[in-house]
Structures are given as C-alpha cells and as structure tokens.
Design a protein around this ligand. Structure first.
Ligand SMILES: [Zn+2]
Length: 175
C-alpha cells in the first residue's frame, strides 16, 4: 500500500507551491513529511536551517489517502507548536485512523493542528496532549507526550469545513 500526499501552503490569499510525493509503507521518509520538507523550502525555510521569514501565520495543507501514521502524527503535532496544518484524509489506507483514536471514521476527514492541539472540525475538538519533560532530564530536554485523548468526530464536508478559533485565515480547500 502506498501513501500519496499532495501538499501546498498559504499565507491567507491563495495556495502555493503544490507538491506531491508517494511513499510505501515502511518507507524511511513518509510521504507527508517529504512533501512538507519540500514545501518548507518554498515557504521560506532556509536551506541551512535558518527561517527566511516567520511561518506562524502560514497554513500547510495536505491531502492524502491515509491518516498520518503515529510517527507523523507526533511529528506534525510538535511542528504545530509554531505552525498550522490541515490534513484532509480522503481514505483510511493502512488503518492509521486508529492512531488518532478513531474507529472506521467516515472519510474524508479534515484534521487541523495548531498550538500542539488537534482539532476535528464539524464536531468539537479534541485531542488533549499534555507534555512533560522526560524523567530525570533538564527543562530544555526533549519533551514527551504523557496524555492523549481524542473525541469522536463527525464526517465533514470539505467545502463547508470551518476552521477552529485562532486558526489563521486560509482559502477554501484546494481540489
Ligand atoms: Zn508516517
């Protein structure tokens, strides 16, 4: 089974830098991460790790035939502490919806990530993720997730999908 992701980003007016990638299950670099890294370059992340511009109000959009796997979920939730993401999951290939606390959800489903939180539009939020320092480590050490809860969500219509409070403006989902 192959995960195929199409992604782009917006600063509020239009979607830009549409990019696609596919990756087999067990691939070293997963499709969504591959697309994200490609888009980052276009969105202003310098190649030497220096941001060319503030990306806090940038919305990154991904459409894919699977929910992000648990590794990608953790990665993007962490990234959402300073950026904004929308995942439009058009299918549940690989059964990763369970990693989001969902059993056989209707698709498509949209997932918004912002501030380290997960929002499922059409229904209430939510993932509550509590972060705490790894045991015995200093305050600057790697943070680990200690709590994660997700409520059931309804199917959504991408065209009428409303964004969570505080989420930056972005155009309607690209098709
Ligand atoms: Zn993944």
């Amino acid at each position: 089974m192959t995960v195929t992701t199409t992604g782009c980003y917006s600063d509020g007016k239009s979607w830009d830098s549409e990019t696609s990638a596919s990756a087999e299950l067990k691939a070293t670099v997963h499709a969504e991460k591959s697309v994200y890294l490609t888009i980052l370059a276009a969105a202003g992340k310098g190649t030497k790790g220096k941001a060319k511009k503030d990306l806090k109000n940038t919305v990154f959009f991904f459409s894919q035939n699977a929910f992000p796997c648990s590794d990608c979920k953790d990665y993007f939730i962490e990234q959402s502490r300073s950026r904004n993401f929308i995942f439009l999951c058009t299918d549940d290939q690989g059964n990763y919806a369970k990693d989001w606390g969902l059993t056989a959800p209707p698709v498509p489903q949209a997932i918004f990530l912002r501030g380290g939180n997960t929002f499922f539009p059409g229904k209430v939020t939510s993932t509550v993720t509590t972060k705490a320092p790894a045991p015995g480590a200093g305050v600057n050490s790697r943070w680990v997730s200690t709590t994660s809860t997700v409520t059931t969500m309804n199917a959504i219509n991408p065209a009428s999908c409303t964004r969570p409070a505080g989420f930056p403006d972005c155009p309607p989902f690209p098709t």
